[in-house]
Design a protein. Sequence first.
Length: 131
Amino acid sequence: FQRLSSLTIDTCVSNTELKLLTVKQFPFKSLQLTMTTDIYCRYLYDFLTCVKNTLKSLTLTFRDGFKLISKFPIMPELENMGIILWNGSLDFVEEIVQMKVLIVVLMEIQDEDILTQIKTKDFSENSNLQE
């Protein structure tokens, strides 16, 4: 399994699974995970931190009102990100310098400043930003 580089879990991931994946430290390049309110933010943060140097594509689906209350880890290699049913700030996007594609689905933006930041961020170095 040490060569495992992609993981898609079509069901909700558990705290136990996140801890196990963190310990195993697989060099994931692509991840698709579903989070629920049963997940501890610390376990998600630790797991994402352990794959930050290899991960290029990440899709996270947040169910049942899951909200990441810890800071999102800096992911220097991340190029593509999808966040589905996101309920939080997008401040972390500024710190992902390799980001080429950001897809946000069913997000309710209540803060006009955040919306302005997204619209005015210069992604032109990496790709085209489309509304």
